[in-house]
Design a protein around this ligand. Structure first.
Ligand code: NAD
Ligand code: UGA
Length: 464
């Protein structure tokens, strides 16, 4: 089966970059990315390719090459579904905020809406690909909705979870460790659909990295991968607290441990806590699924990863208060970084949000600088917590355009995102312009202790 037209529903952090790379690598396939968010689509179509809605190194170049040739962004969801042989569903699957499973289960209402829309519009056979991260066995529900429309269309459902990380999305997509495709491999039609998607990726991914499984293994592997990655971060963060008590240094411990080839060196960097839209959401989802099967020990085991992460964020904020003579009331604290990691403008579940909220509860005055995050986003993140009124958030938090402006006259500076530019700052100048004693808190192990202490800073870094 030769795929000629692809539609992707959801032009977000996954849909946008993934489809841009598919379009670039498969010039003979037309790729249309659709979204109900008009503003987002408008930004994807912005003449100046630097204004696309997602900051991701290397992405503007890819979009520039393919957009208008075989890559299109549109709000006409029906038309794109109608034309497509293959439809990717790449909409958000956030944690439920209401009803059964509130605070744990994945909210699948956007997925279901897509399925119903496909069922309503489709007139010929379609391959529907789950790109969003979904609870295991979601494909069953999708198939049920699609097959019960009675219009005689044949649907094949594939699971093709995405493993890209933000900030390195283009590299991850161009050179993936593996591409996972789950399908109904025991039937001829199912196998044909799997092969069709394999052929798309085979344009640039070596065949041996294209892994095919049954649908349930594919769905569950995605959640498992995120749980394992997050678990490593929580494990090293647990050690970071022990390091601080014992004189060990968490960077040295992680290097020593990571050199064991059975353990491996990646994802052992201690931090103020992991953020991002997925780790917490996906683990909570696994916790919920495990509980719903009565697997309470499994659920408890996984939940500890989140408990540790919450503790790490709180512990870092508490350290600031404690070090500043047990009060930050009325004190100016500069936060460098708001994104959940460097090289992205995404702030979802960023540790910075929680550290700021904690300090605001202690009546601190907060000044934030982040190279890529917009001011409105920072206020929206704080408002979303609902801890205080939005007027108060605006009165107590100032967002500025540069690190020197943020740190001038501050009692303390906290590095919350590991942006490269923070390493290159003139720390001598920052020290000079701060109130004394000048406290510097490194939540990312980004800065070198000795040079900062030589300047005169009172320096605290996670895990040492
Ligand atoms: P996102 O919120 O950035 O994008 C989702 C988009 O879907 C939004 O623009 C929204 O308007 C659109 N949408 C929702 N319902 C729609 C509908 N019915 N019709 C048309 N458009 C609709 O989300 P994201 O970060 O791209 O994540 C999408 C999925 O991919 C999630 O399941 C997530 O867990 C998974 N994932 C995310 C990442 C990541 O790095 N962000 C990586 C791997 C997997
Ligand atoms: C993560 C996974 O790495 C991707 O494979 C997955 O596709 C994605 O989630 C998803 O499903 O959404 P992402 O959240 O974009 O990607 O970024 P990561 O690089 O995994 O970082 C997540 C968080 O962990 C960040 O806050 C980061 O600073 C933190 N982290 C990461 C650490 O604190 N230490 C580390 O050693 C690694």
């Amino acid at each position: 089966m030769n795929i000629k037209n692809i539609c992707c529903i959801g032009a977000g952090y996954v849909g946008g970059p993934t489809m841009a790379v598919i379009a670039q690598k498969c010039p003979e396939i037309n790729v249309t990315v659709v979204d109900i968010n008009e503003e987002r689509i408008k930004a994807w179509n912005d003449e100046n390719v630097e204004n696309i809605p997602i900051y991701e190194p290397g992405l503007p170049e890819v979009v520039k090459e393919a957009r208008g040739r075989n890559l299109f962004f549109s709000t006409d969801v029906d038309a794109a579904i109608d034309k497509a042989d293959m439809i990717f569903i790449s909409v958000n699957t956030p944690t439920k905020t209401y009803g059964i499973g509130k605070g744990m289960a994945a909210d699948l209402k956007f997925i279901e809406l897509c399925a119903r829309q496909i069922a309503r519009v489709a007139k010929d056979d379609k391959i529907v690909v789950e790109k969003s991260t979904l609870p295991v066995r979601t494909a069953e529900a999708l198939k049920n909705i699609l097959d019960n429309t009675g219009n005689g269309v044949n649907y094949q459902i594939l699971s093709n979870p995405e493993f890209l990380a933000e900030g390195t999305a283009v590299d991850d997509l161009m050179n993936p460790d593996r591409v996972l495709i789950g399908g109904d491999i025991d039937t001829a039609k199912g196998k044909e659909a799997v092969d069709a998607l394999v052929d798309v990726y085979a344009h640039w991914v070596p065949r041996e990295r294209l892994l095919t499984t049954n649908v349930w293994s594919s769905e569950l592997s995605k959640l498992t991968a995120n749980a394992f990655l997050a678990q490593r971060v929580s494990s090293i963060n647990a050690m970071s607290e022990l390091c601080e008590k014992t004189g060990a240094d968490v960077n040295e411990v992680s290097k020593a441990v990571g050199m064991d080839s059975r353990i491996g060196a990646k994802f052992l960097k201690s931090s103020v806590g992991f953020g991002g839209s997925c780790f917490q959401k996906d683990i909570l989802n696994l916790v919920y699924i495990s509980k719903s099967f009565g697997l309470h020990e499994v659920a408890d085991y996984l939940e500890q990863v989140i408990i540790m992460n919450d503790h790490q964020k709180r512990r870092f904020a508490a350290k600031i208060v404690q070090t500043l003579f047990n009060t930050v009331s009325g004190k100016k604290i500069a936060l460098l970084g708001w994104a959940f990691k460097k090289d992205t403008n995404d702030t979802r579940e960023s540790a910075a949000i929680y550290v700021a909220d904690y300090l605001l509860n202690e009546q601190a005055e907060i000044v934030v600088y982040d190279p890529k995050v917009k001011t409105e986003q920072i206020y929206a993140d704080l408002d979303y917590l609902n801890t205080r009124s939005s007027e108060e958030n605006r009165a107590r938090v100032t967002v500025v355009d540069g690190a020197y402006e943020a740190t001038k006259d501050a009692h303390a500076v906290a590095v919350l995102t590991e942006w490269d530019e923070f390493k290159e700052l003139d720390w001598q100048k920052i020290y000079k312009e701060m109130l004394k004693p000048a406290f510097l808190f490194d939540g990312r192990r980004l800065l070198e202790r000795k040079t900062k202490e030589d300047i005169g800073f009172e320096f605290y870094a996670i895990g040492s």
